[in-house]
Design a protein. Structure first.
Length: 282
């Protein structure tokens, strides 16, 4: 009877532990990348106060590009080069150091090297704008050749529905992701909140959700609240863990297994049992 009681107690403990950790073990993954880092001190600082799993994508020509990269590296935060690329609208202004469709392979290679020098510690690259550039197969081949040589991952921001960037990157053997949800196409708070909820729903349905946002006031407010109150079945992960195909697991609980049965202490006679403290004496 004692042995049966002991076994039932141990089983109950393991069931309780499993109940606590199983939601995390089976959680859907949410990865977040914040674009346009490097321009504004206040907003950038708020992003850097978010969990370190939130990646930052830094525009190389931004005034604080190198400073922000160093800060992110100190936090062990993933860093991406947020490379400006040519949009469909030729009247739309674009930052210096942009990738344009008139570039050959040599020019693209030099551009990526300059960008990497300005954004040290970057492990990957995603496009800023680029609705025209990412649909140009030859240009994307030049880009992916350079990324392969630089050993950089690639994230297609999917600013164009007919983008060939991700497909081309995979053809070059580059670990590649595609954006699923934009957090803040609209800057209205209700719209941003709706998009955050959409990212959660996408992760639940597909197992993984990659969301891109920007350092804006309402985006920051939604992220601060949302990441502090993530549902138990959603796990915030780094984008690098998805690129590398890593299984992000919760910390294992600390469990001690005893090979001796507990002593009965409710009534005498009391037996002294190793590892059992506070055994009363007759």
């Amino acid at each position: 009877m004692i042995k049966g009681f002991y076994k039932r107690s141990v089983l109950l403990i393991f069931l309780q532990i499993f109940t606590l950790i199983s939601p995390l073990a089976m959680a859907a993954k949410l990865a977040i990348v914040i674009d346009d880092i490097g321009y504004r001190n206040k907003e950038d600082s708020a992003i850097y106060a978010l969990p370190q799993e939130v990646a930052v994508a830094i525009i190389p020509s931004a005034p604080f590009a190198t400073t922000r990269a160093n800060q992110a590296f100190a936090q062990k935060r993933d860093i991406l080069i947020h490379l400006p690329m040519q949009p469909q609208n030729h009247l739309q202004p674009i930052e210096a150091g942009a990738l344009t469709i008139d570039m050959d392979g040599e020019k693209v290679s030099r551009l990526i090297q300059v960008a990497r020098n300005k954004v040290p510690y970057a492990i990957g690259l995603n496009n800023h704008m680029g609705s025209r550039a990412t649909t140009d197969k030859l240009l994307m081949q030049h880009l992916m050749q350079s990324l392969s040589q630089q050993q950089l991952f690639f994230l297609d921001s999917k600013t164009a529905g007919n983008s060939v960037a991700a497909k081309t990157a995979r053809e070059f053997g580059i670990n590649t992701l595609e954006r699923h949800i934009f957090l803040d196409d609209s800057d209205e708070f209700a719209d941003v909140q709706k998009q955050f909820n959409a990212a959660i729903a996408y992760a639940r349905k597909h197992g993984t959700s990659v969301m891109i946002g920007h350092p804006r006031a309402n985006s920051i407010a939604v992220l601060e609240k949302g990441l502090n109150n993530l549902p138990a079945d959603i796990q915030l992960v780094s984008v690098s863990s998805l690129w590398r195909g890593e299984e992000v697991q919760p910390a294992k609980p600390f469990i001690i297994l005893f090979d001796t049965e507990p002593a009965l202490t409710s009534q005498p006679p009391f037996d002294s049992v190793p590892l059992l403290r506070g055994v009363p004496k007759e």
